[in-house]
Design a protein around this ligand. Structure first.
Ligand SMILES: [Zn+2]
Length: 303
């Protein structure tokens, strides 16, 4: 671990503890996954549609964002038509079909709330005609915002190469995408060209639910088991969306990643704790560079 990364770990631990203490709820660590982005999109859709952007303040756009000179003039006077999600991207479509795309990456947040002063993590402020503010902030600056015409959006590589939406394809169709591959199942689940929206948290949880060891190669998994894996994925994602939806106000108005789903984690982040199903000690292994926590008894290793 180099010094910079060590410092980041210390800072993020501090931030995590601070958020826990000051806001009174636990935060989901790591990159927002499909349910988090879906919940944010739904919240923004219900609060933003019909509002007009009256002014735009370039607070501090990130390197990966569209340059302010090109982005800002396109936004003033536009009215929000809808907010939705594709893969892990948050999309806000304007009345003239221009779409703003936000990739939140690790720490990006799009919040609609009362107007306020900018702080050092704010990247973009959109003032709306009801006096409210849509802000994009990003502590670690990996997130970005770009605008697209409908044709450009269709052509955007990130979405073009994206695999199917896990809640729109059938479990059978999704199973077919992994059972003839040599890659390890955990890596396949994280591969956005195989299926979109799954990150470390949900990948670990569904592998536990399906009883599959994270290092198992795709072609060693039976079709029945793979189907079970994806139907578990669908139910976990639906549950997470429903539970985060119940705390949607926290998502939209506060600056925390509130949500109840983390209370249901079976394995994620629980290395060394006893398995809730069999009592074995949960272990962790690295797959595709990511820590994967699993139960050695409930998820036996097979090839
Ligand atoms: Zn177990």
């Amino acid at each position: 671990m180099n010094a910079g990364r060590g410092l980041f770990v210390v800072l993020s631990r501090w931030a995590h503890r601070h958020a826990f203490l000051s806001l009174g709820f636990r935060v989901v660590r790591g990159m927002p996954e499909l349910p988090e982005v879906e919940v944010i999109a739904r919240g923004l859709h219900s609060s933003l549609v019909g509002l007009r952007i009256t002014s735009v303040e370039h607070v501090d756009l990130t390197r990966l964002s569209e340059p302010a000179d090109s982005l800002l003039p396109k936004l003033v006077g536009k009215t929000v038509k809808r907010a939705y999600r594709r893969a892990k991207v948050l999309l806000i479509e304007m009345d003239d079909a221009l779409t703003l795309a936000f990739h939140l990456k690790m720490t990006g947040r799009v919040v609609h709330g009362p107007t306020r002063d900018a702080d050092k993590h704010d990247r973009l402020f959109l003032a709306l005609d009801d006096g409210s503010l849509l802000s994009f902030s990003d502590m670690r600056k990996f997130g970005y915002v770009r605008s697209f015409t409908p044709e450009e959006l269709e052509d955007w590589d990130l979405l073009k190469k994206a695999g199917p939406e896990p809640l729109e394809a059938s479990a059978t169709a999704l199973a077919k995408r992994v059972v003839d591959r040599k890659g390890r199942i955990k890596a396949l689940l994280l591969d956005q060209s195989v299926v979109v929206g799954v990150g470390n948290i949900y990948a670990d949880e569904v592998l536990f639910r399906a009883g599959i060891h994270p290092e198992t190669r795709g072609h060693r998994i039976s079709t029945v088991k793979a189907r079970k894996l994806f139907s578990e994925l669908q139910s976990v994602l639906r549950q997470a969306i429903a539970e985060n939806g119940s705390s949607i106000r926290d998502y939209v108005n506060a600056d925390g990643d509130a949500g109840a789903f983390q209370n249901n984690f079976n394995v994620y982040g629980k290395k060394g704790e006893p398995c809730g199903a069999c009592g074995s000690t949960l272990r962790a292994v690295k797959v595709a560079g990511r820590t994967s926590t699993f139960c050695p008894k409930c998820q036996p290793k097979r090839g």
